[in-house]
Design a protein around this ligand. Structure first.
Ligand code: AMP
Length: 285
């Protein structure tokens, strides 16, 4: 496995691969890799000749009070894990190479970034779409894989790809979970033991919601109530939002008539860790 730091070198390498007829698949990450990330790599390795995984903790997508400084950065362990899983290239640029002095160009996907995480993290998706477009332009993949774990991110990236006429296929990987049901996340390392024990209630709630929907309940209020009740069983989980939105406009719906997302964001009481999770009902993302 090759570790590439320079955007110019990454671009050259990718161009060489394309010229030799190899398809390039891409997985953008912020590192602190876990099995969820590896499941994305497996999908890319199945569908492409050459796999590139980026590791870049993107300062532009963090708010001033968020965890940019303390975000885990176990780079050597990440490389070991990625190499074992068959990754061909780790692309890990520096902040200075990605955002040199006088940098002033940003990509903003409107409307669908207003709700859910966009409401509580102003500027977050502008940072995500900016870095992802830059990474796409450097890596030039045919396919890029994103996790359903960040469902709004998937919809925002798909919208950007469509609106800006990019020739990249977006592959969506299902949420990889711990045995307890807790969605794997690089931020789970912040959780105290008690919080870790409480956190699976989020998935339990989402699952209960899906079961109610499958049994014929389509009213949003009723479905949201089921999820909220399950999460409310632990005083360690503070709900930021539980919302039921359509997967096109990401706007709240009163009842489920087509593909919809039950999306949850919670903050834990002790470590103040932000946890997100979701389930899709009535269709796919
Ligand atoms: P991150 O490093 O958190 O920016 O995540 C990089 C990519 O991995 C994103 O597309 C995430 O949606 C995806 N991802 C993170 N956690 C999981 C998970 N538990 N299951 C599936 N994909 C995930």
């Amino acid at each position: 496995m090759k570790i590439v730091r320079s955007p110019a070198e990454m671009k050259n390498l990718s161009m060489m691969m394309q010229r030799s007829g190899s398809s390039v698949g891409f997985i953008p990450t912020m590192g602190a890799l876990h099995s969820g990330h590896m499941s994305l790599l497996d999908r890319i390795n199945d569908s492409c000749d050459f796999s590139v995984m980026s590791i870049f903790v993107n300062p532009v997508q963090f708010g001033p009070k968020e965890d940019f400084q303390k975000y885990p950065r176990p780079f050597d362990a990440d490389c070991e894990l990625a190499e074992k899983a068959g990754c061909d290239v780790i692309f890990a640029p520096s902040k200075e190479d990605m955002y040199p002095e006088n940098y002033c160009t940003y990509v903003n996907v409107e409307n669908i970034t207003d709700g859910l995480c966009g409401a509580s993290r102003p500027g977050h998706f502008r940072g995500v779409t900016t870095v992802v477009l830059k990474l796409f332009n450097i890596v030039m993949p045919q396919i890029a894989c994103f996790g359903q774990k960040d469902a709004q991110q998937v919809l925002v990236i798909k919208r950007m790809v469509h609106d800006l006429n990019l020739s990249i296929t977006i592959d969506v990987a299902p949420i990889f979970r711990e045995e307890s049901g807790l969605a794997m996340s690089s931020r789970n390392v912040y959780l105290s033991d008690a919080e870790r024990a409480a956190a699976p209630l989020i998935y339990k709630g989402l699952n209960d919601g899906a079961i109610y929907y499958n049994n014929g309940v389509v009213e949003s209020n009723a479905l949201i109530n089921v999820v909220t009740t399950a999460i409310g069983q632990s005083p360690l989980l503070e709900i930021e939002y539980v919302e039921l939105v359509d997967t096109k406009k990401i706007k709240p719906v009163t009842s489920v008539t087509s593909a919809a997302l039950i999306a949850v964001a919670c903050r834990t009481k002790e470590s103040r860790t932000r946890l997100i999770d979701n389930i899709v009902i009535g269709g796919t993302l």
